[in-house]
Write a protein that binds this ligand. Structure first.
Ligand code: C2E
Ligand code: MG
Ligand code: MG
Length: 801
């Protein structure tokens, strides 16, 4: 609890105040008791003086009373005539009038004649002869003193001569030092007055005192402890401290008598007590006020701080909605302001991060992560409410061409337009996301197969309209695959996988929209396993190169070899390219395959070169390879590594492949040609290539498709086509090759037609590398005579040289 700022502030201020007030109180208290003691002491001194003065005055009064009595004629006569009864009654009357306690008449012989205290006792000597002597002195007007009478009582006595006119006796007037007397002294001195005598045994007896009886008896004991000659004596009365002074009295009795004068310190300190009380009240009031004040002050600081703390906690928990509005001290308001700016900054940045994390930056559509979240949410709801939902997956049919032909900027703009069109053809509750590249996914909550088809077709229509950008009219159709929750999948991964299958089915079927059909999945599964097998084939060298010679028809000699792939499948045996090349092309794996092919062919060519043979090789590449911008670099690198000059290599591209994407292929072909690699159009006649295009590509060779060669000898149409193709090729400066020559007649016919090169089983089947060398060895510079193919026993060879 003490750790809070508020309690610390309160504690500090209150503690400070208590310390200050306690110091003042202690100082005041010390000063007060010092002043009180001094006051009491000086009061005592004054009191002692007054006391002595009073004793003296008293004595003078008694003396005057004695003078009056001794001057009384009747009294003088009674004393002179020793008329005891008269003298006695005069004494009694006079004594009563002046309040004397004892009256005596003493004869000149020193014998007490009359004693009012003991009227009937026989005469006895007056004990204080010196007083008599002093009083009898002719100059004296009497003598006085304090005496202890034989009854052990203290008296203030005056001895006056009785003159008639000669001295005839003495009159003694005594006033007892009793309680009445001390009370009178107290009234006049404002001191406690006590008279005490020390008896013969040394103990003190208090004869008269203004103190209460119990204190008086304690005083006697205390007096015994006082040192000889000491004139101060402090004493406790009813627990209160009293300061005292001792005034020794001169007595005529040889008995020490002392007057103890006391004054209460407490009484003197009383005004200071009131001051102290007042101070305490002021201290208490200021303490209360300061506690209250510091609580209020602390709250003014601490409450805004607490508000800021809870605000900071909210910011930590991601709640940026509440602004810090604080009404407090300036510094805290400034802190609140800074916190507010921080809150806004964090909120802005978090928004931005959220946008970057969940939005596709190009199209502004939700990205894959966001799509996943949305799908999870919709599927959860669909599962709770037993409703359906659909996921559509699509990619643009010709987007690659757009990118390659018109550049990535245009490609990006096309994607943005597509994104807008998609959004425009959907309901508010639908979500469209760009998953990457030209791939988009759409989530349709609450739709069934029919609803999905409606929206899918609407999308297809929206995308069919050509996009006009920078003067280009761009046609991007889409193939859409659809899946339904829950029949085709219960999570995004499953739904997308099946939508992908459906999308490829749509592509293959050249339709815009296809709903997932589990039957399609089977062929796809086969494809998937084939793909992994093909990968393994490349990695584990299950692929092999075969070389089929191209023969110079006119010179009858080996010209070059076409490289053809064979796959020795561990289960299915040797597979021809038709079994795996189309699949590799479809999945895109052809790029890997071609890379392998180039490397293997270059290695073989390098080996042959090392053995002194220069074999020109023709490699088959696919349309997809020509869209790979890295192909020229891969080629250049492999060839140079194996020391193979590029002009000993040519590429065979089928006519249909070239026409699939003429613009895309053009750039790669041009760079390959710059490298020195030659280009051959394979299967010429089956596609629809324009001559203008072939010319622009600067092709080196045309390979007439086997379809025109097979029946050449018998088919006049084929002969016409082949003849005109040869002519056309020659006109364009190209070499013309005929493939699929299976017999000598066909070879002769083609030679006759002026065809430059021939290839076919008639000369040789595709051969392993070493067999090709044997074939060249045995058949080089041989010409094959009519009717027999190379390698048959019956062949007839003609030496050319
Ligand atoms: P293509 O480039 O037109 O190759 C010629 C095909 O005709 C070869 O089939 C060859 O064996 C066959 N052939 C050659 N002479 C005769 C003949 O006298 N009679 C008959 N009936 N056929 C003959 P293959 O090896 O099965 O290749 C088929 C196609 O596969 C090739 O056609 C080529 O387009 C493609 N291909 C082969 N190897 C590769 C390759 O490494 N990469 C790529 N992309 N495609 C390849
Ligand atoms: Mg070929
Ligand atoms: Mg061919």
């Amino acid at each position: 609890m003490m750790r809070t700022l508020r309690s610390r502030l309160v504690l500090f201020f209150v503690g400070l105040l208590v310390l200050a007030e306690a110091t003042v109180l202690v100082l005041v208290d010390g000063a007060a008791s010092r002043i009180a003691t001094q006051e009491v002491d000086s009061g005592l001194r004054a009191g002692v003086a007054v006391f002595q003065r009073l004793l003296q005055q008293d004595r003078q009064q008694i003396e005057r009373a004695g003078e009056l009595l001794s001057a009384d004629f009747a009294f003088r006569e009674a004393v002179g005539t020793r008329d005891i009864p008269t003298a006695h009654s005069v004494l009694v009357n006079h004594g009563r009038r002046i309040g004397a306690g004892a009256m005596m008449i003493v004869g000149l012989d020193g014998q007490v004649i009359v004693d009012t205290l003991h009227p009937h006792s026989p005469p006895k000597p007056f004990p204080f002869a010196d007083l008599l002597a002093a009083a009898g002195d002719s100059n004296s007007r009497g003598a006085s003193g304090i005496v202890l009478l034989p009854e052990a009582w203290l008296y203030q006595i005056v001895v006056m001569p009785v003159l008639a006119p000669d001295l005839i006796g003495y009159v003694v007037i005594g006033f007892p030092v009793d309680d009445g007397f001390v009370q009178k002294l107290k009234t006049m001195t404002a001191l406690e007055v006590s008279f005490a005598v020390r008896r013969a045994d040394g103990a003190w007896t208090v004869l008269a005192s203004t103190l209460p009886a119990t204190s008086a008896s304690r005083l006697a004991t205390a007096l015994a402890g006082v040192g000889h000659g000491a004139d101060t004596m402090d004493f406790d009365v009813a627990g209160q401290p009293y300061l005292g002074r001792l005034a020794p009295l001169e007595t005529k009795s040889n008995v020490p008598v002392v007057a103890a004068l006391h004054r209460s310190v407490a009484e003197a300190a009383e005004p200071f007590d009131r001051l102290r009380l007042a101070l305490l009240i002021v201290a208490a009031v200021t303490l209360l006020a300061s506690v209250g004040g510091s609580i209020v002050l602390a709250r003014r600081v601490a409450v805004p701080l607490q508000t800021l703390t809870s605000l900071a906690r909210r910011i930590r928990d991601g709640d940026y909605a509440t602004a810090a509005r604080i009404d407090g001290p300036e510094e805290i308001e400034a802190l609140a302001d800074s916190l507010d700016h921080m809150r806004e900054g964090i909120a802005r940045r978090e928004d931005e991060i959220g946008r970057l994390a969940y939005q596709d930056s190009l199209t502004g559509l939700p990205n894959r992560v966001r799509f996943q979240q949305r799908v999870d949410q919709v599927l959860r709801h669909a599962s709770d409410t037993h409703t359906t939902a659909a996921v559509l997956l699509m990619d643009l049919d010709r987007f690659k061409n757009v990118n390659d032909a018109l550049g990535h900027d245009v490609g990006d703009q096309v994607l943005q337009v597509v994104g807008k069109r998609l959004r425009g053809s959907l309901r508010d509750c639908d979500t469209v996301s760009r998953l990457g590249g030209d791939e988009f996914a759409v989530l349709l909550p609450g739709v069934d197969a029919e609803g999905a088809r409606d929206i899918g077709e609407r999308i297809a229509v929206a995308l069919e309209e050509p996009i006009r950008l920078h003067g280009h009219t761009i046609d991007v159709g889409a193939s859409i695959g659809a899946t339904l929750y829950p029949v085709h999948g219960t999570d995004l991964a499953g739904l997308l996988r099946h939508a992908d299958v459906a999308m490829y089915a749509a592509k293959r079927g050249r339709i815009q929209y296809a709903l997932y059909d589990p039957a399609v999945e089977d062929t796809r599964a086969v494809h998937l396993s084939l793909l992994s097998e093909l990968r393994r084939a490349v990695e584990q060298d299950e692929l092999e190169l075969r070389f089929q010679p191209k023969v110079d028809l006119a010179a009858c000699r080996f010209a070059s070899a076409e490289v053809l792939l064979r796959w020795t499948h561990p289960v299915r045996g040797v597979l021809p390219p038709s079994e795996f090349i189309p699949f590799a092309e479809h999945t895109g794996y052809i790029r890997e395959l071609t890379r392998w092919l180039i490397e293997a062919a270059a290695r073989q060519s390098g080996l042959w070169r090392a053995q002194g043979h220069t074999i020109r090789l023709a490699l088959n590449v696919s349309a997809r390879d020509l869209l790979n911008p890295d192909l020229p670099a891969i080629m250049a690198e492999s060839l140079s590594r194996h020391g193979v000059p590029p002009d000993s290599i040519s590429m065979e591209v089928t006519e249909t492949a070239l026409m699939e994407d003429p613009a895309g292929a053009h750039a790669t072909v041009r760079r390959l040609r710059e490298l020195g690699v030659k280009l051959s159009i394979d299967d010429y006649g089956t596609g629809f290539s324009s001559l203008a295009y072939i010319k622009r590509l600067a092709v080196d060779e045309l390979k007439i498709d086997r379809a025109f060669i097979k029946e050449l000898v018998h088919d006049a149409d084929d002969q016409a086509i082949v003849r005109s193709t040869i002519e056309l090729g020659h006109n364009l400066g190209l070499q013309v090759v005929a493939e699929g020559i299976e017999d000598a007649h066909t070879a002769d016919k083609l030679r006759e037609m002026g065809c430059d090169l021939g290839q076919g089983y008639h000369f040789a089947r595709p051969l392993p590398a070493d067999e090709l060398m044997q074939w060249i060895d045995t058949c080089a510079r041989l010409c094959v005579s009519a009717g027999k193919g190379v390698g048959e026993d019956t062949r007839q060879t003609v030496l050319l040289a």
